[in-house]
Ligand binder design. Structure first.
Ligand code: DC
Length: 335
């Protein structure tokens, strides 16, 4: 007897959602393990306590899994547990190495079994990308890669070496000797340039526009994108940037494009900088953000753009918690 495990999530507690999710989960278990119906001896389900509308066991029967014994139970409420989740154990009379199946939201939580998950979050400055990306990474226990920090580090290098930012040949030369890496301490990204931690310095306002300017050059982008793809190919991560969904990872599992009005985005940056003790002029900051967006959107190579298959979330009048909840529920709805 072999046991195959599986789990999935539903977007809302309705009979139709439960039927659809259970059918999909069982069909995936069946096909990925090359099973015949009569080899499935018994199906045991548990569902989280927020699911009331239907028995998963009944949904299995309705989906045509009739020859096996079926059982459903409800799980206790566990703090921090994945909501609206259905789990199953399939007892099989066949000698095989089980391929466990984790779908939808459950896929994100069981990356060890489900494989790697890449989440792409793009959008203009101040749209809330990094806040949301950090939260998703923390909640799902995966890596957060701030790709903007990499372009900022390139810009800092150019500023330090007094290289003309718009001079592609000089910047290209500079890139050859670039010593840049990202390291993680307790899940927090540190950007290391020429052996020193520049994580704070790259946040200085003058580095922002410089980063936008150096990131126009194809040679800079290709070098950074290579590093980004390498990281994303090895592990589950949330990446935020401008071109993640369109160019860096067109095959990302989940893609979001966050936006907000220039006014709101400028206010967020203003509050951040003031909290750090910077003396900033709001109007100047807003014009700077608008100019940076324009430059990022209008560059020739891999501009800031919403991928066709990315979900747009306008965060103008949303709190962080609301955006996190929206993004998570969109992830659960997917498939
Ligand atoms: O996200 P940020 O503000 O730290 O990014 C700084 C600049 O870097 C941004 O104005 C454009 C550039 N950038 C980019 O071109 N592509 C990315 N994936 C991330 C940032």
């Amino acid at each position: 007897m072999v046991i195959i495990r599986g789990a999935t999530t539903i977007a809302s507690d309705t009979k139709e959602e439960i039927q659809k999710a259970v059918r999909e989960l069982l069909e995936q278990i069946e096909s990925r393990n090359d099973l015949k119906r009569d080899e499935m001896v018994s199906l045991v389900f548990s569902s989280t306590s927020d699911i009331h509308s239907h028995y998963p066991a009944k949904a299995a029967r309705e989906a045509g899994f009739e020859s096996c014994s079926l059982f459903s139970a409800q799980e206790p409420d566990i703090e921090g547990g994945l909501p609206l989740c259905i789990r199953t154990m399939v007892f099989v009379e066949k000698n095989l190495t089980p391929r466990h199946v984790y779908l939808r939201g459950a896929k994100v939580l069981r990356k060890d079994i489900a494989g790697k998950v890449n989440i792409a979050i793009d959008g203009p400055a101040g749209s809330g990308k990094s806040t949301i990306a950090k939260r998703l990474a923390k909640d799902y226990g995966i890596l957060y890669l701030d790709t903007g920090a990499m372009y900022r580090a390139c810009a800092l290098k150019a500023l330090r070496e007094h290289v003309e930012l718009t001079d592609e040949a000089q910047i290209c030369d500079l890139m050859r000797s670039l010593d840049l890496s990202v390291q993680y301490t307790d899940g927090v990204q540190h950007t290391i340039l020429d052996g020193g931690d520049v994580s704070e310095e790259i946040r200085e306002p003058q580095v922002s526009m410089a980063a936008s300017t150096v990131s126009k050059h194809k040679s800079v982008r290709l070098k950074m994108v290579e590093k980004q793809r390498e990281i994303a190919s090895k592990m589950s991560c949330v990446l935020d940037g401008r071109d993640i969904g369109t160019f860096v990872l067109p095959e990302a599992d989940f893609k979001f494009f966050l936006t907000a009005s220039p006014e709101v985005r400028a206010k967020r940056r203003y509050d951040e900088l003031v909290a750090k003790g910077h003396d900033v002029d709001f109007e100047e900051l807003k014009q700077g953000i608008i100019a940076r967006d324009r430059q990022d959107m209008n560059r020739e190579f891999a501009p800031l753009k919403q991928a066709d298959d990315a979900v747009l979330v306008d965060t103008s009048s949303m709190t962080i918690e609301e955006v996190v909840a929206r993004v998570k529920s969109l992830m659960q709805e997917k498939i």
